[in-house]
Design a protein. Structure first.
Lengths: 337, 170
């Protein structure tokens, strides 16, 4: 191994791949699969990379050979070289076809797990809005059904069917650590299967340009052990917590009397709007505004005070509130666990 | 040519954030005693009447028309339980001020008040769109087209009344 001292670019050569790969791992990376679907795609990805690199090296070698080969052409040799060239081109064409067929077959063989979950799959309906995700856990009966936003909880090891629909424009659901991309198309419902093999938090993002705030349309998948998931589901099924002190109570009254209720639902209160994210348990989610800000009382207040400066173009209007009203509303919302 | 093209830019400009004092000023409409007709807020002219000439504002109005279930009573403008909005007959005044008052405060016999459901900006957007629905001549600014089946020609292809099916009896 040559040390960096002797080769000035040696150190750079060691650092560059490390730096490149720093972006490849983590909670939003297709190169760090945490489920069977993502593993299939991961294997397929590397197969394609290896085959493509071999083909590229061969092509470059042939090209270099053709450039560097000295030309010694005589009338007598011309017939022979033309025959050789014909054989070479025909051989390369056949090889190309074989490689492409091989890769096509491999992509079918490698990805059987992408379709068809078992009967015990959890069904989650995800609807894409500009620019957030509505998440509905489909229950066997209506009282087992609830809606949340931008955060999907799944039990480890259990298959999940995600039914995708778009409300306004085309979006794309992509949680790289768990599965491939699937578009959400208005008027045409699609499905995606995924299974989380390990507990963890995985970030997903809209992968189809959908307008001004496309970059701020993230979602979080939280994979939990089954008992934790059931506890979470039971908590989400419950109605919103009633205000526990005077300030929260004032906040609840303001929410009920202002434009908030036109768009947002807080189950168990008069707020029953269906246009914006369900706020019944907003403080139980890690982020607000589709992954833009961590959920704190401060960020909730900042968001309500001026949503168009934080996320320009989104459909939440600025509802004029006095400072004490804003404090009360943020106290109430931060308590909706 | 360039001047014409630049003039067109104004109708596509997106003013996403209405400053709170301006919103408060837009809420101050002076209505006549019978609450039909009146003076529009002076700031509206200063803004350049965006709610009728700006495509983004009209489009937001069109969204709100569907989201807040105006269609429930007024259908796509032809009227059903509620009066038609494209026949040129306005029970409570045809001007923007009257329509804003109608949406904000409600009207007798069914029209609910939206003052606590919509912001002032949204009410102006909605009023601008409602006025564009029944326009008798084509306009340069229009909201985006419908994604679902069209019940009448697009908003910029006025006159709407001649092509719709308004109810004459209202």
């Amino acid at each position: 191994m040559v040390t960096g001292g002797r080769r000035p670019f040696g150190a750079l050569g060691n650092i560059a791949p490390t730096m490149l790969c720093a972006g490849c791992s983590g909670w939003q990376s297709a190169l760090e699969p945490h489920g069977p679907q993502a593993s299939d795609l991961h294997r397929l990805f590397w197969l394609f990379v290896v085959v493509a690199v071999i083909v590229w090296l061969l092509v470059m070698a042939v090209l270099a050979g053709a450039i560097l080969r000295p030309r010694r052409e005589t009338p007598a040799s011309r017939g022979g070289s033309e025959r050789r060239a014909t054989i070479l081109v025909a051989g390369a064409s056949v090889a190309t076809v074989l490689v492409l067929i091989g890769l096509a077959v491999a992509s079918y063989r490698f990805t059987p797990g992408l379709n068809g979950a078992g009967n015990d799959a959890i069904v989650i309906r995800v609807r894409g809005y500009q620019w957030w995700w509505e998440v509905t856990y489909v229950g066997t009966t209506p009282d087992r059904e609830f809606t949340t936003a931008n955060e999907i909880h799944v039990p480890v090891g259990r298959p999940v069917t995600i039914q995708l629909a778009a409300v306004d424009v085309i979006h794309s659901f992509w949680v790289p650590n768990l599965a491939g991309k699937q578009d959400l198309i208005p008027g045409r419902d699609t499905e995606l299967e995924l299974t989380a093999a390990q507990a963890g938090r995985y970030r997903g993002q809209c992968a189809e340009f959908c307008g001004l705030q496309h970059a701020h349309m993230a979602l979080l998948v939280v994979a939990q052990p089954p008992d934790e998931f059931e506890a979470w589901r039971a908590a989400q099924l419950a109605e919103a917590m009633p205000p526990s002190d005077a300030e929260q109570d004032a906040g609840a009254r303001i929410v009920a009397s202002k434009a908030c209720v036109g768009c947002h639902e807080i189950r168990g209160t008069v707020a029953a709007g269906k246009l914006g994210p369900d706020l019944t348990h907003v403080a139980s989610r890690s982020f607000i505004a589709a992954g833009l800000l961590p959920t704190t009382r401060g960020s909730l207040a900042a968001w309500i005070a001026d949503p168009q400066t934080i996320k320009p173009g989104n459909n939440m209007p600025m509802v004029p509130l006095a400072s004490d009203e804003l404090r009360a509303v943020s106290a109430y919302l931060a308590a909706l666990r | 040519m360039i001047i014409a093209a630049l003039a067109g830019c104004r109708r596509e400009e997106r003013d996403l954030r209405l400053a709170p004092p301006v919103a408060a000023a837009l809420d101050r409409i002076a209505l006549m005693a019978n609450r039909i007709g009146g003076t529009p807020p002076p700031s509206l002219a200063a803004l350049g009447h965006p709610y009728e000439t700006n495509a983004y504002q009209l489009n937001q109005g069109k969204h709100l028309y569907a989201w807040f279930n105006c269609t429930g009573c007024h259908a796509a403008g032809g009227g059903n339980i509620g009066p038609a909005l494209i026949d040129g007959w306005w029970r409570y005044g045809p001007d923007a001020t009257s329509i804003v008052a109608t949406i904000r405060d409600g009207r007798p016999d069914g029209m609910p008040a939206f003052a606590d459901k919509l912001t002032t900006e949204q009410i102006w957007q909605l009023a601008g769109y409602v006025r564009s629905m029944g326009a008798d001549s084509a306009r340069s600014a229009a909201p985006s087209r419908d994604d679902d089946l069209q019940s009448r020609p697009a908003e910029n292809r006025a006159p709407a009344a001649a092509q719709g099916t308004p109810r004459a009896s209202w």
